[in-house]
Ligand binder design. Sequence first.
Ligand SMILES: [Zn+2]
Length: 275
Amino acid sequence: MTSSSFLIDTHAHLNMLIPGKVRDREITNQEIRDLKNYVENARNANVNLIINVGTSYIESINSIAIAKEYNSIYATVGIHPCDVDDAPWKDSLDQLAKLLPQAAEHKIVGIGETGLDFYHKPFDATIQKDAFAAHLDLSIQYNLPVVIHVREAADATLDVLKSYAGKVRGVIHCFAQSYDFAKQVLDWGLVLGIDAPITYPKNNLLREVVEKVPLDSLILETDSPFLPPQKFRGKKNEPAHLTYVVDEIARIKQCSNEKVIETTMNATLNLFSLV
Ligand SMILES: [Zn+2]
């Protein structure tokens, strides 16, 4: 066990912590600098790296801008399944894809978030599947991991992923599926992203999955500003709160917090090629 282990929040939307409606425009340098408190709070909680996830063209551009300001932040680029219906997603993804040959310069470490969401209505399943496949193709082309969102679309997600089995690496973000689903995607070489819903009293299903799967198949996320830990419910989440996810996983796995931190850190550094 090394004492240099640290936490990595592999899924945050710091841009959504900026006050006001900033989801449709480029954020300003001042707004980016104002995020400093969240970055410092994170560091004080041993959360030394944060991956800021893009969900649309503009939010991917904002993710890159945030990553370029802070040493401890990286970015992913992609179009969220809830954003593909009402936007020309192909044009947006093409624009983002132009950045990928210089991924390192832009601090882009992954593709997404993409996936399928049949919960938010109305939705177009065909468009979502096409967009998901396009992200998976980019992930292979540029050898970058993919960040996958799944909501009320478990079977359809497996259907799309099946033909990419063994070819893509990535994470099922904010894992909330069955153990059978988990087993299948782990078989295909993906990992599971675990968030603070694991602290929610009613979430025995997730706790059971985490108990059964190997610790090194898990990485940690906050999905800030969403999904705060139980004791902060109703408030905005932030990367510093990742420690509550660690506490709960250590309790379930009956191991030390250090073991959870070191194992998830190594899995994350490996998946996102951060070393
Ligand atoms: Zn997200």
